[in-house]
Structure formats: structure tokens, C-alpha cells
Design a protein around this ligand. Structure first.
Ligand code: ADP
Ligand code: MG
Ligand code: MG
Length: 876
């Protein structure tokens, strides 16, 4: 039969899966000989069985009783003993800490009889009656869902009547009678008097609190699996509410906000744990305890030092002092701010507690990302106008604009405000400081694109009523118009009126090479860990950059080249017209004229980028998107033509465009005429781009530079596609004198390309996995369509724990990646292999790519430091 219950002396911290973090760490403290009240833990396995069958597993309560008897023997006190009752705390705690999300019930074992025993033993009837009323309230709420107000109301009345000294024993005794009536009225039967029944009911209630709404929500937010279940820890009560020489508190072994060493925490005299959280009375800073009770304070600081040395990390603790005697009720490796995480990791290295390799694993890429964003000075911020979803961190201030054209045309900083965004908004999003939408969540177009660009974004602020026609939005009765200043915080999702003052991030300034790490504890810690990551990592880090400015920035942030230079962004803006001419060309001469006009522009783009990345590889991708993306949208043209016709005017050029758009219309443009297919179908297009690369290279070489371009063909599915483009490219390259050899490679972004990678490698100097498209085509997910529709349900139902567009799906997509790497390298052992999808900047995916043997990842410039860190973590 399964063992469902472990005494504290049987467990240890390695058993957190089974005993939950709280139970495992209480066991660990018990083993360390620290003062922990005796107790035992019911396993998460029992909880899973309970939740699956809707009843306790067979034998569970017998096992509980056996362990309870041991606790009773150890303390020489019995549950339900009328003269000297043992009281119990029944506490929740799963594998991952979910602070305050599940239930805990204190003072189990009190009833009409034992309350007198407790009063006699403690010599404090007031305390005994107060404990009893606490039990009825907590039990009613937790086990039977009685709203807290039902009790709070009565408590408030008694408190009001009692005056400043608080209610006396008689008043509390009367309150217990009232509470019992409230309980019976709400629940339909009397408060259960049998202590063992109380215990069993409490254990069941804790099991069930695993599925409480807020717990479910918290798990989703924190990516904690929903099927782990909680353990239940049952332990003897100790009392911090037995007078001025008792109390309760929480403490940290270092400052969890800054990482500063020292003892931090709060203490509340004459109180039980819940009072601290409830904020009934004001707590005092922990050092006060030294004055109140120097012995307990000294013991506590000793214990905290022991815990830090033992766990080799920042710990937090919950403790209670009962009449001058210190008891430890909880410890765990404590949560901390991103800044504290870096500072503490570096300090622990200095203190000889951990190695630099270990220190790398004490921080995360997400924490580094947060440290790079400038932040609002919250002390100076007004009340927010509205709060949405913090979708792309950062703090942005600008004037409000409602469309992308206005954003792109603006001279000063703007915030683009849209109900939602679509690919047409890209120029506006690029131009804006920040993006604010009223619809969509963290995986909406706005959110994904903004994160990719490092643009601040708040989305899903559904209290916003946007009237773009009138150029205003309203929140309740407040109106914000085009040109008004607003400030948006992409971390918290808050939107403020006016300009909130900003604090630049010292970490970002350091990463950009603007300041040295000396003199700033945090920056020095970041420098130390990142330098170590660079020293140990085998995975290269390049950036996705389309402009010289981005390229320079990426290089400053540590990118060793460009892994993806998209050429489509170079066809936007004023050049759209040339692309239109290309599309509308009726004969080869017109087409060539359009291409000839584009050539010098492209060449100039490449010269700038190659200069910014001098001496480093620059992978230039030939045009990828369907050409009709460069024409105005169908609905817009239809409207323009209709309007002209209604006015009796000649729609002229618009009619020609409309005909072209209709002709080129595709039902599934993502699977239509794009990528390498354009190269085969539109004569001269790729040749022009290759020529621009070659001539730019020649020019850079003439100017004494060290240009290292690579030409990359998108969306290949068959080696013959690549062979055709490569032959055309090499013919062009051969005709341009004075250039170094320019490799021609391919993206691997269709399952067929991955499956035939061995063949394709014969024609490719390098591979670059386009994991966005590979994810779309492997799953048959259209990203723009699925994220906003059923992904929420999929995440909720656990089809996946995280969107496969956020973290690469190692099992499916990843299998294709591994296969392509292996078979490609059989054909061409020196094949360079990288990845340039959004996954290239995702720390979890980077771990996978390192393991799959890739040479480099490429990500947006802002994520380069994060990728460097993750690559270091992947090696150690
Ligand atoms: P959470 O996980 O929400 O922090 P806990 O199980 O830690 O919940 O319980 C909340 C509070 O109850 C603790 O902070 C502590 O003050 C109090 N408590 C828990 N166990 C005991 C105990 N054995 N004796 C006295 N108080 C306790
Ligand atoms: Mg706790
Ligand atoms: Mg692609």
C-alpha cells in the first residue's frame, strides 16, 4: 500500500515533489535540529488521489491517526484532551510556492470542552476563547465557504463595544456563541465538536483548495502545472498570542528587494500569523525584536545564518515566539526582485558558498530583461487612468495617436493606441515609443511584435473606448485626445495621464557600453555573471537587425553578427511605389526599370549594415512575404474606388491597383506565393537583391572594410528550389569583381525542408531554422489566427504549458530540428547551423538549441544579453 504520510523526521528537502516545499523544508529544519513543532505531512500523491476520486484514498486517515499518536506521545498531549489539549495547524503547500493561494487552518482541536482546558493550561482564558473564535471563523470559511464578512461583522461589533483594551474573556466567550450561530445558519449544521473530525475535514479542505480559483489563476500566470496537487502539513500549534513575551514574524536572510546583506523582516508581538498578513495591527521592523526579546532575536539570527549556509541561498522564514521560546514554522529559498537575484548570486560567490557556474543558474533571462528597461519613478506617478495587460516591459511616454500613418509621420515620441494591431500597423509600431490596445492578451499581435522589437506594450485595456474617427479614447468619463501625453508601463500594465518621470536603467547603460560596472553593486553583479556566461558558452549569439542603427545597437549589446537581416522592411515607406511598379509591370522592360530603381536603394541599405557589422557575418534573407502585402489592403482600395465612382470621378490608378490586388488575392497567403517561390516566379527580383549585396560588399571592400555577408533563401521545401536560386545568385556574384566568397544558405522552416535536410545541405552553405514558420507549419497553426482564439483554452486545458510560439516545442518541432542538423551535417560536415525565429531569444528554447548542437542563435538586439546569459546557462 502506498505510504501517504511522512513524519518530519522521515522527510527532507529533496522530497518537495511528494511533501510540498513547506513540508519538505520543515522536515529539513527538523533534521538540522532547529526548533520546529512536531508534525507530519500528507503527500501530494494523496491529494492527487483525493482529487481524482473525490474521496480520501483508502487507509489515509488511519495513517494520519498513527502519525498523530506519535506527535501526541512526543509532546505528552492529546488531541481532544479536555484538560491539556493538543492543538494542530493544518497547512497547505505544493511543490512550488504559491504564497497565500491555498488554505491553512489553525487551532484545530478546540471545542466547547477543550477550550476550558486550554484556558486552564495557559492561565489565559481570553486567549483560549479568542483561539476558539478564530477556529470557528477559519474553519467556516475554509471548509464550508462561509464568507469572512459574516464573522468579521460580529467581531467588529464586539471590538467596537470593548474599547481600546480589546474584548475580555467574557466578551470573547459570548462572541464564540454568536459565531456558532452564524456557522449553523450558514452551514446548516452545528460546528463540528469532534477534534478528529475537524482534522479530517481540514485535510480535505486543504486538498480542495488546490483547485480554488485564485490558485488556478496563479498557477497559470506562473506556468506551474495544474496536476501536481498540494501536500498537507499537520503540526502542533505554538502560540504567538499569549501576551507581550510572545509574537510572530517573517524574516529574510538578506534584503529581497536589493540583495543587501543583513536581517530583514517584520515582527508583531502578541499575535498569531494571520494577523501579520491581515494588517490588523502595525508590525515593527525585525531589529526591534532585539530590544523586546534579545535571547530569541539572537537565536533567530543564528538560525537564519545556519539556513543560509545550508541552503546556500537567500531564505525566508516564518517564526513564532511563545512566551520567550522561539519556534520555526517555515523556511524556503526566498523570492526576490531581479536586482536582488543578481546581487545575491554574486555575493554568494564572494562568500565562497557557491561557484560562478552555480551563480549563473541563480538568475534568469527574464530577470535580466526586466533590469534593462527604464522604469517610471513610481513615487512621482499619479493614479493610473486604466490598467491593462503588461505585455512588453518598459516605460514609454508619448502623445496619443490612433493610426500608424500618424505614428510614422510624427516628429516627437508617440504612443500608438489601437483596438488591436495587425501587420499593417508595423510601421506605426516601429515609429511609436509604445503601443496600447484595448483588445488581446500577451500573445496578441501587438504583444508579440512589440516584444520582438523591444517596444513597450500594454494590451487588453478593455476599459478603453477608442473612437479613432474622433481622435479620442475615453475611460469612464475621462477623455484623452490625439496629441495628449500619456505614460504606459509595460511591466505593470498601468496607463497614466501625462508624463511620469523616468529613471534610466543602469544595467541597460552598462550593457550598451555607456558606463563601467564599478561603483554600482547591481551592475557589477550583472557584469560578473554575464562575463562568466560569455567565457563558458559554446553557442554564438547573433541579432536580427534590418537597419544600420539596429545593427550597431546589437553589436554594442554583444551580438557576434546578424543572423537575420530581413529585406522586406526595406521595401516599405516611399519605396512601396517602386514595388507597386514592379508588381504592375506589363512587360520585362517596365519590370527591369522598377528593379533598377530599387537596386541602388538596397545597395545603400546593405553598405550601412555591413559597415555596422564590419568583420562579422551578416545573413541577408532574400524577400520573403507575398508581394501583395506591399499593396494597399483590399477593403481600403475597394472603398476608394467606390467613393470615386460615386462622385463620378475616374478612380484611375486605384482601379489598376484594385485589379492587381484581386488577381493576387490568396486565401492562405502564409502558404502562398512567398519566399523562394517568389524567386522562381518573379524574374530578376532575387538577382537584383543578390547584386545589391555583391555591389555593397565590393564597395565596403574598396573602402577598406571587412564585409562578410551571407545570402539566405527563405521557405525552401525542396533542394531543387534552392539549387535554382543558388545558380542564379552565383551567376550574379561571379559578375561582380573584388568580393570575398559569399555563402548561400537556406532557412529550414518547413517540415519538408527538415525531412530532406540531407539533400538540401548539398546546395546550402548554412542552415538557419526559422522556427516561427516551422512551428506554424508543423502544428498547422496560423499564428495570427490561433493566438487570439483558442490558445487560451489550450493553455487552460494543459494541451501545452506554454505557447509553442514562445518556447520551442522540443518534442515535435524540436525533433525536426535535431533531424535536420544531423542529416545536414552528414552531407556537409562544416555546415553552420543557427536559428533566427523568435525562439532564438527565449531562454528555455536556447537551452534546447544548445543541446541540439546549433552554432548560434539570433534574436532581436535587446535580447542579445539575455541570449548570452541563457547560452552560458546551457553550458554549465
Ligand atoms: P501560507 O502558505 O499561506 O504562508 P501557512 O501554512 O504558512 O500559509 O500558514 C499561515 C500562518 O499560520 C503562518 O504564517 C503562521 O504564522 C501560522 N501558523 C502556521 N503553522 C502554525 C503553527 N504550527 N503554530 C502557530 N501558527 C502557525
Ligand atoms: Mg507561510
Ligand atoms: Mg519564415
Amino acid at each position: 500500500m502506498a505510504k501517504y504520510v511522512y513524519d518530519f523526521i522521515e522527510g527532507d528537502r529533496s522530497r518537495a515533489d511528494l511533501l510540498g516545499g513547506k513540508g519538505a523544508n520543515l522536515a529539513e529544519m527538523t533534521r538540522l535540529g532547529l526548533p520546529v513543532p512536531p508534525g507530519f505531512t500528507v503527500t501530494t500523491e494523496a491529494c492527487r488521489a483525493y482529487l481524482a476520486d473525490d474521496r480520501p484514498p483508502v487507509g489515509l486517515f488511519d495513517e494520519v491517526n498513527a502519525h498523530l499518536r506519535e506527535v501526541e506521545a512526543r509532546l505528552d498531549r492529546r488531541l481532544g484532551d479536555p484538560h491539556d489539549p493538543l492543538l494542530l495547524a493544518v497547512r497547505s503547500g505544493g511543490r512550488y510556492s504559491m504564497p497565500g493561494m491555498m488554505e491553512t487552518i489553525l487551532d484545530i482541536g478546540l471545542n466547547d470542552t477543550t477550550v476550558a482546558g486550554l484556558a486552564a493550561q495557559s492561565g489565559d482564558p481570553r486567549f483560549a476563547w479568542d483561539s476558539y473564535r478564530r477556529l470557528i471563523q477559519m474553519f467556516g470559511r475554509t471548509v464550508y465557504g462561509v464568507p469572512a464578512e459574516e464573522f468579521e461583522r460580529e467581531l467588529a461589533a464586539v471590538r467596537a463595544a470593548a474599547g481600546p483594551a480589546g474584548p475580555d474573556a467574557a466578551q470573547l466567550r459570548a462572541l464564540v456563541e454568536t459565531y456558532k450561530k452564524v456557522f449553523a445558519a450558514q452551514v446548516g449544521h452545528d460546528f463540528p465538536q469532534a477534534p478528529h473530525e475537524q482534522l479530517y475535514l481540514a485535510i480535505r479542505a486543504v486538498f480542495e483548495s488546490w483547485n480554488a480559483e485564485r490558485a488556478v489563476l496563479y498557477r497559470r500566470q506562473e506556468h506551474i502545472p495544474g496536476d501536481l496537487g498540494t501536500a498537507v502539513t499537520v503540526m502542533a500549534m505554538v502560540f504567538g498570542n499569549l501576551g507581550p513575551d510572545s509574537g510572530t514574524g517573517v524574516a529574510f536572510t538578506r534584503d529581497p528587494a536589493t540583495g543587501q546583506p543583513g536581517v530583514y523582516g517584520d515582527y508583531l508581538a502578541d499575535a498569531q500569523g494571520e494577523d501579520v498578513v491581515a494588517g490588523v495591527r502595525n508590525t515593527v521592523a525585525l531589529p526591534e525584536l532585539e530590544r523586546i526579546d534579545p535571547t530569541s532575536y539572537r537565536r533567530l539570527t543564528e538560525i537564519m545564518a545556519t539556513l543560509e549556509r545550508h541552503y546556500r541561498d537567500l531564505c525566508d522564514v516564518e517564526f513564532t515566539v511563545e512566551r520567550g521560546r522561539l519556534w520555526m514554522l517555515q523556511t524556503r529559498v526566498g523570492k526576490r526582485t531581479p536586482a536582488a537575484a543578481f546581487v545575491i548570486a554574486a555575493q554568494l560567490v564572494d562568500e565562497g558558498l557557491i561557484t560562478l557556474d552555480e551563480a549563473l543558474h541563480r538568475v534568469t533571462g527574464a530577470q535580466l530583461a526586466q533590469l534593462m528597461f527604464p522604469a517610471f519613478d513610481l513615487a512621482a506617478a499619479p493614479a493610473p487612468l486604466v490598467t491593462g495587460v503588461g505585455a512588453s516591459p518598459g516605460a514609454a511616454v508619448g502623445t496619443v495617436v490612433f493610426d500608424s500613418v500618424a505614428a510614422a509621420a510624427a516628429t516627437g515620441p508617440v504612443i500608438l493606441v489601437r483596438p488591436e494591431t495587425n501587420p499593417d500597423d508595423l510601421p506605426g509600431m516601429i515609429a511609436a515609443q509604445g503601443v496600447l490596445t484595448s483588445r488581446g492578451g500577451k500573445t496578441s499581435h501587438a504583444a508579440v511584435v512589440a516584444r520582438g522589437m523591444g517596444r513597450t506594450c500594454v494590451c487588453g485595456a478593455d476599459a478603453l473606448r477608442i473612437d479613432a474617427e474622433r481622435g479620442e479614447f475615453t475611460v469612464g468619463d475621462r477623455v484623452v485626445r490625439t496629441g495628449d501625453l500619456i505614460s504606459i508601463d509595460g511591466t505593470t500594465g498601468r496607463v497614466y495621464p501625462g508624463r511620469v518621470p523616468m529613471q534610466p536603467s543602469p544595467v541597460a547603460r552598462y550593457l550598451a557600453g555607456e558606463v563601467t560596472p564599478e561603483g554600482d553593486r547591481l551592475v557589477a553583479a550583472v557584469d560578473r555573471l554575464l562575463s562568466h556566461a560569455d567565457a563558458v558558452r559554446r553557442l554564438g549569439v547573433r541579432a536580427n537587425a534590418d537597419t544600420p542603427e539596429d545593427a550597431r545597437r546589437a553589436r554594442g549589446l554583444g551580438a557576434a553578427g546578424i543572423g537575420l537581416c530581413r529585406t522586406e522592411h526595406m521595401f516599405l515607406g516611399t519605396r512601396r511605389e517602386l514595388v507597386e511598379r514592379l508588381i504592375l509591370a506589363e512587360d520585362p522592360a517596365e519590370r527591369d526599370a522598377a528593379l533598377d530603381a530599387l537596386l541602388p536603394l538596397q545597395r545603400a541599405d546593405f553598405v550601412g549594415i555591413l559597415a555596422a557589422m564590419d568583420g562579422l557575418p551578416v545573413t541577408i534573407r532574400l524577400l520573403d512575404p507575398p508581394l501583395h502585402e506591399f499593396l494597399p489592403p483590399l477593403h481600403e482600395l475597394t472603398a476608394r474606388v467606390a467613393r470615386a465612382e460615386a462622385l463620378g470621378e475616374n478612380p484611375g490608378h486605384d482601379a489598376t491597383l484594385l485589379a492587381a490586388v484581386r488577381r493576387m488575392h490568396e486565401t492562405n497567403p502564409m502558404l502562398g506565393l512567398r519566399g523562394v517561390r517568389l524567386g522562381l516566379v518573379v524574374p530578376g527580383l532575387f538577382a537584383m537583391q543578390v547584386r545589391a549585396v555583391a555591389e555593397a560588399t565590393a564597395q565596403r571592400a574598396r573602402d577598406g572594410g571587412d564585409p562578410r555577408p551571407e545570402i539566405m533563401v527563405p521557405l525552401v521545401g525542396d533542394v531543387r528550389e534552392l539549387a535554382a536560386v543558388r545558380a542564379e545568385a552565383e551567376a550574379v556574384l561571379a559578375g561582380v569583381p573584388g568580393i570575398p566568397p559569399i555563402p548561400v544558405g537556406t532557412m529550414i522552416e518547413t517540415p519538408r525542408a527538415a525531412l530532406t535536410a540531407g539533400e538540401i545541405a548539398a546546395e546550402a552553405h548554412f542552415f538557419s531554422f526559422g522556427t516561427n514558420d516551422l512551428t506554424q507549419t508543423t502544428w498547422a497553426f496560423s499564428r495570427d489566427d490561433v493566438e487570439g482564439s483558442f490558445f487560451g483554452t489550450y493553455l487552460e486545458r494543459g494541451v501545452f504549458g506554454v505557447s509553442p510560439f514562445e518556447t520551442v516545442d522540443a518534442k515535435g518541432v524540436g525533433r525536426l530540428v535535431r533531424l535536420a542538423v544531423a542529416e545536414g551535417r552528414v552531407t556537409r560536415p562544416e555546415l553552420t547551423v543557427g536559428v533566427c525565429g523568435e525562439h532564438g531569444g527565449d531562454p528555455d528554447s536556447i537551452g534546447f538549441f544548445a543541446d541540439a548542437g546549433l552554432d548560434y542563435v539570433s534574436c532581436s538586439p535587446y535580447r542579445v544579453p539575455i541570449a548570452r546569459l541563457a547560452a552560458g546557462q546551457a553550458t554549465t
